[in-house]
Design a protein around this ligand. Structure first.
Ligand SMILES: Nc1ncnc2c1ncn2[C@@H]1O[C@H](COP(=O)(O)OP(=O)(O)O)[C@@H](O)[C@H]1O
Ligand SMILES: [Mg+2]
Length: 424
């Protein structure tokens, strides 16, 4: 690119002479005879270098040097003066001038000074941009590192909660086992008692009238019929309750099991079921949950991580629904790809935020409710399994996340992407 030089001197002849000479060497020159003219040109043209005469009527070259450096610190400045004064030269250099030439001068001296100063400027700018580049790369790495660190902490927290849950599940398992066993036995005994009372009723029919009346009164007094009927309901409900506890405990146990180092055979529908068991309590009563899980082949991967993906999506969907709503989870196989969709008819996500939701720490929830890490962890787990995560959303209508997982990912790739860890 042609370099632009501004020549400032109150003597027109000197200006013209320098211009002709420098233009022969391929520079584009602009001329100014005063402080004001010079500042206008500097503002209008992107001047690379200025040759400033110190002694000018009105404001001197020193003033111009100060002002130019203040407004355009990158411009290279060479001072020209008729006075051979060391202090003045030193002052100019201190103010940011690059060179100081004493009149009368040879034009070749000016040319050498111009070339040197421009080369110095080129090197300075190159170094500056290199440094900026390095700094921005460093800042990006630091950001990425912070995000990975936060994700690791979150994962670790989840793992710790998982372990705790596994411990609790184990502890609950035994008492629930015998409560459920005892309830079953007691229920069977109740059937026997009911049978026995029915037989007694038959016998009572043959008794004399006064005894029959007495028995009837006692039955009424102790509400025997009602108790019998209610007992059967109580047992049925309690058994249903213990069955539910058993399912939750089973879900907790399989959800909180830590994945082994090596990927294993995983049933995606099982991961979904585990996630559903865990989030069922989180999902509000006003939300209807519809599942439509198709027949799927097993894939190779990490059960607990994949269950976490569905848990994150289901929890987000339930948070998105303010009043009544429906969350649908569907799985099916399409061309050897497992597809899972999680759809809600909640608040939706504005178009401009759709990309941001995968950024670590991006949350629209109040502190304590959201960490902003769910979606970034989710997308990372899906990527690690060679899959894709897509989102479609309409504000006010709802959101649909679609996960596509290849069935043969770990079998086909040479390097194991999971063992690579987080790439920073
Ligand atoms: N199903 C959804 N409906 C509406 N917004 C959602 C949904 N899923 C995610 N989001 C948006 O994406 C943000 C990031 O989600 P996430 O990473 O899970 O963090 P968090 O749930 O902790 O806020 C949420 O705060 C929310 O704004
Ligand atoms: Mg979330």
């Amino acid at each position: 690119m042609i370099k632009k030089i501004l020549i400032v001197d109150d003597e027109e002849m000197i200006r013209e002479m320098q211009k002709r000479y420098l233009e022969d060497y391929g520079y584009q020159c602009f001329l100014a005879g005063s402080y004001d003219e010079a500042l206008i040109l500097i503002g209008q043209q992107s001047i690379d270098l200025a040759l400033l005469d110190i002694n000018m009527p009105g404001q001197s070259g020193i003033e111009l040097l100060k002002e130019t450096k203040k407004r355009f610190p990158d411009i290279v400045i060479i001072m020209l003066t008729a006075v051979d004064d060391f202090n003045l030269a030193e002052q100019c250099l201190d103010l940011g001038a690059d060179d100081y030439i004493i009149k009368p001068f040879s034009l070749s001296r000016v040319l050498v000074s111009v070339k040197n100063a421009l080369e110095k400027q080129r090197l300075f700018l190159a170094q500056h941009s290199y440094q900026e580049d390095l700094e921005s790369q460093l800042a990006k790495k630091v950001e990425k590192l912070k995000a990975s660190q936060a994700m690791l902490i979150q994962q670790e927290k989840l793992a710790a909660i998982g372990q705790l849950a596994a411990g609790v599940a184990h502890e609950i398992n035994n008492p629930v086992g015998y409560i459920s066993g005892n309830l079953s036995s007691a229920n069977k005994y109740l059937s026997k008692l009911i049978g026995y009372f029915q037989q007694l009723d038959e016998i009572h029919k043959q008794l004399p009238e006064n005894l029959k009346l007495q028995i009837k009164a006692n039955k009424k007094k102790f509400k025997v019929d009602l108790v019998m009927e209610d007992l059967a309901d109580l047992f049925a409900e309690s058994l249903e309750g213990t069955d539910r506890i058993k399912t939750i405990v089973h879900g907790l146990k399989s959800f909180s099991r830590t994945d082994s180092e090596e990927p294993e055979s995983v049933d995606i529908n099982e991961c979904i079921q585990d996630a559903l068991t865990i989030v069922q309590n989180e999902i509000k009563y006003n939300i209807k949950l519809e599942q439509n899980l198709g027949k799927l082949p097993s894939i190779i991967g990490y059960h607990q991580q994949l269950a976490q993906v569905f848990m994150n999506l289901l929890v987000n969907a339930s948070h998105a629904i303010e009043q009544e709503g429906v969350i649908k989870i569907k799985s099916y196989l399409s061309d050897e790809i497992i597809i899972v969709t999680v759809t809600d008819n909640g608040c939706g996500i504005p178009e401009e935020n759709l990309k941001k939701i995968f950024d670590p720490f991006y949350t629209t929830k109040e502190p304590g409710k959201g960490t902003g890490l769910g979606m970034s962890i989710t997308s990372e787990i899906i990527q690690k399994h060679g899959g894709e995560l897509a989102v479609q959303s309409t504000v006010g209508q709802g959101t649909e996340f679609t996960i596509s997982l290849p069935t043969m990912f770990f079998g086909k790739t040479e390097t194991d992407p999971i063992s690579r860890g987080i790439d920073i």
